[in-house]
Unconditional design. Structure first.
Length: 235
């Protein structure tokens, strides 16, 4: 989503920037839609969203993107962000909806984010999911996600650099034929490196590298290196 789904610093910016603008919009196009190290699109994806923020630090918004299988992902979110001294904070709730998916794979995620200088940390928990059956699956109730992000302290000819390491702990991992859980069968670690450049009124262009420690036995991610070219613009 527009909060990048990886770097909680974007959510902090949404709260901190409330005094400058109450309404904003964004559009984007990427060669792949990557969510926490996993490709969720069949090739290129187009996205867009609307955001509202006020001076108190409260914000709310919506974001949409193409996704494989489900057709469309619709995110609805609200939160509160601000600063306490040198520490930025953000509390938000994010509802993932897939209106074109007959399996009804919607779920809700709650996030606490903290930042100091170029570093940010994120802890997210999924308290609720909607499924059309009782089959266990990833991206559902009881999942945890942890991430550490860093804006690298360097700039070359206007290009900026950032990195992130995250861990997705799925509550419902795969089960073997006896019904016993196979520990950490689906859970995985991922990492990201991104270089981006703002080009004035033309928006921001980026090149990202993502990879996970998954293998061929992991039904969520096989560990392949993913490279994405992207463009975003805020209004």
């Amino acid at each position: 989503m527009k909060l990048t789904k990886t770097l909680v610093a974007a959510a902090l910016i949404a709260g901190a920037g409330a005094a400058q603008a109450e309404m904003s919009a964004n559009i984007g196009a990427h060669s792949k839609y990557i969510f926490r190290g996993v490709e969720l699109s069949d090739g290129a994806a187009v996205s867009g969203g609307l955001d509202y923020a006020n001076e108190s630090g409260f914000y709310a918004g919506t974001w949409m993107s193409d996704v494989a299988g489900a057709g469309t992902e619709l995110d609805l979110y609200t939160g509160f962000g601000g600063e306490m001294g040198s520490i930025g904070y953000d509390l938000n709730a994010l509802y993932f909806a897939y209106p074109n998916d007959s399996n009804e794979l919607d779920y809700l995620e709650l996030t606490l984010g903290l930042s100091m200088g170029p570093a940010s940390v994120q802890v997210s928990y999924t308290p609720w999911e909607q499924r059309d059956s009782d089959v266990d699956s990833s991206y559902g109730e009881g999942d945890w996600y942890f991430a550490l992000g860093m804006d690298l302290p360097m700039e070359v000819d206007g290009f900026t650099f950032s990195g992130l390491v995250g861990y997705y702990d799925f509550d419902d991992d795969n089960k073997d034929v006896t019904g016993d859980a196979m520990k950490d069968d689906l859970s995985y670690t991922h990492w990201n490196l991104t270089v981006s450049k703002e080009v004035g009124e033309f928006g921001t262009f980026s090149l990202a590298y993502d990879q996970t420690d998954g293998d061929d036995k992991n039904a969520v991610t096989n560990g392949a290196a993913l490279f994405t070219v992207g463009w975003t613009k805020d209004f």
